[in-house]
Design a protein around this ligand. Sequence first.
Ligand SMILES: [Zn+2]
Length: 303
Amino acid sequence: MGAFRRASVFARFHNKLKIMTIGKLFDMVRGWIDGASRRNVLPDALWRETVASLPFLAGLNADELSRLRELSERFLARKEFATAGGLELTDAMCASIAVQGCLPILNLGLRCYRGWVGIVVYPDEFVIPRVIEDEFGVVHEYDDIAAGEAWEGGPLLISWRDAQMAGNGYNVVIHEFAHKLDMLGGEADGVPPLPASIPRSEWEGTLFSAHDDFCSRVDAAEARAEKRDDSAWEALAIDPYAAENHGEFFAVLSETFFETPDVLYLEYPALYALLSRFYRQAPLERTRSNAGECRKFPVEMPG
Ligand SMILES: [Zn+2]
């Protein structure tokens, strides 16, 4: 399957969307590595395998990796994993989700994920029956197919099949955890609680204008696709699902920021710089130092 999630035709009604029910949940619930000491809950071999499976961690230095491991261990000690759809939960799943989920908060702290404990892992995409009311008061019922979902104050749902596609700009785990950061300020509206150094006006000005531009490009691609132009979507280096609304834009662009920062920097350099200040990380710099030289980005990277 392609890496792009289906763009919902109900995007404009997103802020009225209400989750009514979801299918089968919680086949199995258990904590992380039953009985394991909280002092070393990520065994060396599992840690090494997890890091090796996530290429976007390759640029982290020894100090960052050490802090990521410690943060992931504390995360695993505090969160509860469950599965659905008959999936057998493994330590590798828990470790992978913990490490990916902790990357965005490496310099922000675990308190950013307070207020919820559950993570439900599905074997594949799952169906969420939804009921929405549009601006004319008409109620629409439909099934949404999702690779991930974050509930405000509730659990985080992840398709394990999609989680394993991480590494090339599509990262359902980082996506859902970005929603969790966003939800610290209430509804996932693309404006998470901001540090004092980032005025809300600056955040909205940069993020929303980039979103407007991206929506125009998605509209243009859709128009070309309707004329049976097979290459219509190729010009978009970023998942068109990001056009859905500001909340999805922040979540998708967070995936891009951590996995393919070069793409984000080329497309929206001001937004890359803003996310770099928000997350207090410079993944593009990590990519550069990995390559050992700076060929593609002659411009000084913003601080
Ligand atoms: Zn989302």
